[in-house]
Design a protein. Structure first.
Length: 358
């Protein structure tokens, strides 16, 4: 099948006719080719015990049609303690290029098999974007912190690199990286303090436009979708000003049923920024209760909102679907960002074309 539009929320197949498996992913542009990479969830079905099957990559010249390049970081199957073992819950790979060393540096979030309160990073390097990658650090807790969802950024002028990561269930940290991009330097700042999920901001995605830095973050509700929030700042370290819901026209307050993993500036367009997002649980019913609001009310000690028997049954089905974690059939929601007097907003499009932008 050949595509000539992007259709958010619809199954997206590669040029071999298979579902694209690049979740929690990003797009890297180099030598005229777009490379989309992310978590391979093809085996993450209920009861499989498999959180991932490595990091997969795809290549395209038009952002519509993607050739499968295979696994650039394969799973390690013969060592249950390896951070790359499918049961160790690796996700959200981010790759940046270090011009000084000529190496590609990949950071991975690894939750491990047990409780998710302590999360660590694994760092790998390669001479090629497509690998092979070699592990250079495991069990890294940046600044002694449990590090959850994150984004990596390289300043285009200074080449200094930064990691924005969720200090699990509390703050968002901006940490400067060492010159080789494989560790943190010790310089950092703390932002968006919150007491606990679902209020904690996770899944940070950074981008810069006209000298202003932006972050879009998600609340913390597992795979259940919640509202995304934009913030802006004059510098990587802030101070950050919260700009509100990224999807103001979505009455469900669920980011159109998705979670953003990356914001990508099209290199050949004047002002086209694309929010890449995963619809982790496409099987959720349209009339499901808002999980964020329900959990927030309970966390604040408020009475649980009254639900009709139909809503209660729907919530039970939703909870069961979340426990099942059938992310092998997760879809993607790619949408362009518009700017209203400098404030970014994301509108819904059933389908849209790159060519419609300057």
């Amino acid at each position: 099948m050949t595509y000539d539009t992007i259709r958010p929320g619809q199954p997206w197949l590669d040029t071999n006719g298979n579902r694209i498996q690049a979740h929690g992913g990003s797009v890297f542009f180099e030598d005229g080719v777009f490379t989309w990479y992310g978590e391979n969830k093809e085996h993450t079905t209920p009861g499989s015990g498999s959180w991932h099957w490595g990091v997969r990559a795809y290549a395209s010249t038009d952002l519509y049609n993607w050739d499968d390049l295979g696994l650039i970081i394969p799973p390690v199957l013969d060592d249950p303690n390896s951070p790359l073992h499918p049961a160790q819950k690796m996700d959200r790979p981010h790759i940046i290029f270090n011009e000084a060393t000529g190496t590609y540096v990949c950071w991975l979030k690894v939750m491990g098999e047990g409780a998710h309160d302590t999360q660590a990073s694994t760092v790998l390097t390669s001479d090629s974007l497509l690998g092979p990658y070699e592990i250079v650090r495991t069990g890294l807790t940046p600044l002694g912190m449990s590090a959850g969802d994150f984004d990596l950024v390289v300043d285009p002028v200074t080449k200094k690199a930064y990691s924005y990561f969720e200090k699990v269930h509390t703050d968002l940290i901006c940490a400067e990286l060492t010159d080789d991009y494989t560790d943190v330097s010790g310089e950092y700042s703390t932002h968006f303090p919150h007491p606990s999920p679902p209020f904690t901001r996770e899944a940070p995605a950074h981008f810069e436009r006209n000298g202003t830095h932006y972050l879009v973050t998600s609340g913390s509700t597992g795979y259940f979708p919640n509202f995304s929030e934009f913030a802006s700042a004059p510098d990587y370290h802030g101070p950050w000003t919260v700009l509100g819901d990224a999807h103001p026209d979505d009455p469900s307050r669920t980011s159109f049923g998705s979670q953003i993993s990356c914001v990508f500036k099209h290199p050949h367009k004047r002002d086209l920024y694309i929010a890449l997002a995963d619809r982790w649980l496409p099987q959720l019913p349209d009339d499901m209760p808002n999980v964020y609001d329900s959990v927030a009310a309970m966390a604040q000690g408020a009475a649980r909102p009254e639900m009709t028997p139909e809503q209660a049954a729907s919530m039970a089905a939703v909870t069961a679907a979340g426990r099942g974690e059938n992310t092998a059939i997760a879809d993607y929601v790619w949408l362009p960002i518009r700017f209203d007097a400098g404030v970014p907003r994301i509108d819904w499009h059933d389908e849209w074309r790159i060519e419609d932008f300057d």
